[in-house]
Design a protein around this ligand. Structure first.
Ligand code: HEM
Length: 491
């Protein structure tokens, strides 16, 4: 086919389109004809162009890159991606805001999503994290409610600070995450200028089939830069796509952003002796007890060619792990193992693994058959049952993980009875801040709670007070709430 022929318009079935400007009518001023199948095809396809947006993290930006191992961690993991220093693995990374819809502005006060896909020779490993090390709560039952509270109110169809803060302050364990989001780090200037975290506790398993617990940290090699509320207002007023523009243009200009990967490691024995639950997503592991161990680095160096095909159709899930990297009893992680694949079967269809950005770059011999949009030949005549007498579809028991000891009876255990220390870590975080940063935290929170019922403000101030009296008092001052009101509520 000549270059000239390639530009010629056809229907989806490959037939020439005779006229893409004038629909077929009965007479020059008459009604249109049902036999104008090109018009029907064009409108019908257009009517179906929208797919559901991600329920959370709908607005995002992504790029391809490569991960390089710089330090040996084979004592902890047998994962092939980490097998030798210098080893490179292709990656795809998607950053996002959380609460806004697909058309929302980027420079908003919100957590940022930090999803990493490593195309390893043992399958896709997805580390679907955030730019914060903790989360608002510890039980996946709370997640749909968070979504309802931070998104639009059912009656007004507007975001509601009252709903948002009513929910957050009803869960005292949220204070750690809320303190981070309201701090001077609450609006990253760009996706390049922020750190990332796997957040959950994961496991690593080595060649001797020994398990350790790990947390992942991604440290930006660009300076950390954030916007104040006032700066963000100016940015949003001029450019709703400031993060997308920055990432796209930086990579187009050959200015490739980089992050270093570190892990924290905890032995099973250390976990048994921890003063708090090491699988609690509202808490960090202190770096002085569990120092950062350097692992590798990644750079993003190639923009997607087509946003819809590659970014919108990307399906990251924490369930995608590879031998040597696995889950933990973190209840939030356990809930996520179900939710992502389920969302994607609805959002993209049951065969979304076949979309190129989601395809592993290693041989795949998956048992699944049929389903909407099966486009890979469906395994032809390969037999489709197991067990069988022909050696097809063999399990791989050599990758079985070490057994995990579990204790106790099955019931809805109340984690508040296990640990009601919600305030110590947010208090420590508050104390790491300079007086100027603390003042910024007070003012950001006061502005964000503007219009919220006073009893909700008081509830929040009391939580902050319990984290550190200066945190509560500073906030009450910034909100012009007399301290007597707080003392009355505390009594
Ligand atoms: C997106 C559920 C907690 C990070 C999503 C999506 C769902 C979901 C359904 C949309 C997936 C899609 O349509 O492709 C949940 C549930 C949670 C939870 C049920 C708690 C039980 C978290 C936590 C983090 C996180 C703790 C980070 C540590 C993300 C990110 C995305 C996302 C980064 C966007 C993925 C992408 O870039 O495509 N979440 N989530 N989520 N979630 Fe969660």
């Amino acid at each position: 086919m000549s270059e000239n022929d390639k530009n010629k318009l056809t229907t989806a079935a490959g037939a020439p389109v005779v006229d893409n400007q004038n629909s077929m009518s009965a007479g020059s001023r008459g009604p249109l004809l049902l036999q104008d199948v090109w018009l029907l095809e064009k409108l019908a396809h257009f009517d179906r162009e929208v797919i559901p947006e991600r329920r959370m993290h709908a607005k995002g930006s992504a790029a391809y890159g490569k991960f390089t191992v710089t330090h040996d961690i084979t004592q902890y993991t047998k994962a092939a991606i980490f097998s030798e220093i210098g080893k490179e693995t292709e990656m795809f990374v998607r950053f996002s805001t959380v609460a806004g819809e697909r058309g929302a502005a980027d420079a908003e006060r919100d957590i940022r999503g930090f999803s990493m896909r490593f195309y390893t020779e043992q399958g896709n490993w997805d580390l679907v994290g955030n730019n914060t090390p903790v989360f608002f709560f510890r039980d996946p039952l709370n997640f749909p409610d968070l979504n309802h509270a931070v998104k639009r109110d059912p009656r007004t169809n507007m975001r509601s600070a009252n709903n948002n803060w009513d929910f957050w302050t009803s869960l005292p364990e949220a204070l750690h995450q809320v303190t981070i989001v309201m701090s001077d780090r609450g609006i990253p200037e760009t996706y390049r200028n922020m750190h990332g975290f796997g957040s959950h506790t994961f496991s690593m398993i080595n060649a001797d089939n020994e398990r350790v617990w790990v947390k992942f940290h991604l440290r930006s090699q660009q300076p950390i830069k954030n916007l104040t509320d006032q700066e963000a207002e100016l940015v949003v007023g001029k450019d709703r796509e400031s993060h997308q523009r920055d990432l796209l243009e930086s990579i187009d200009q050959g200015n490739f952003p980089k992050w270093k990967m570190y892990i924290q490691v905890m032995t099973e024995e250390q976990a048994n002796n921890m003063p708090y639950n090491p699988f609690d997503l509202t808490k960090v592991w202190y770096k002085k007890d569990f120092p950062l161990i350097e692992v590798g680095e990644f750079e993003l160096n190639r923009n997607p060619e087509n946003y819809f095909a590659e970014v919108e159709q990307a399906a990251f899930t924490p369930a995608n792990v590879v031998p040597g990297i696995s889950f933990s009893p973190d209840k939030m992680l356990q809930g996520r193992l179900f939710s992502y694949g389920d969302a994607q079967r609805y959002r993209l269809g049951v065969n979304h693994h076949q979309i190129p950005v989601n395809q592993p770059k290693c041989p795949v011999h998956s048992f699944h058959r049929d389903g909407a949009m099966r486009v890979d030949g469906n395994k032809g005549g390969t037999l489709h049952y197991e067990p069988n007498s022909y050696g097809q579809w063999k399990s791989q028991p050599e990758f079985k993980e070490p057994a995990l000891a579990i204790h106790g009876a099955a019931t809805q255990w109340d984690f508040r009875e296990d640990d009601d220390n919600y305030f110590e870590q947010p208090g420590k975080l508050f104390n790491l801040m300079s007086p100027e940063q603390q003042q910024v935290l007070f003012e950001n929170t006061a502005r964000n709670m503007n219009g919220v019922e006073e009893y909700i403000k008081v509830r929040h101030i009391i939580h902050c007070y319990k984290a550190d009296p200066a945190y509560g008092k500073g906030l009450a001052d910034a909100m012009d709430i007399p301290w007597g009101n707080i003392e009355a509520a505390l009594a």
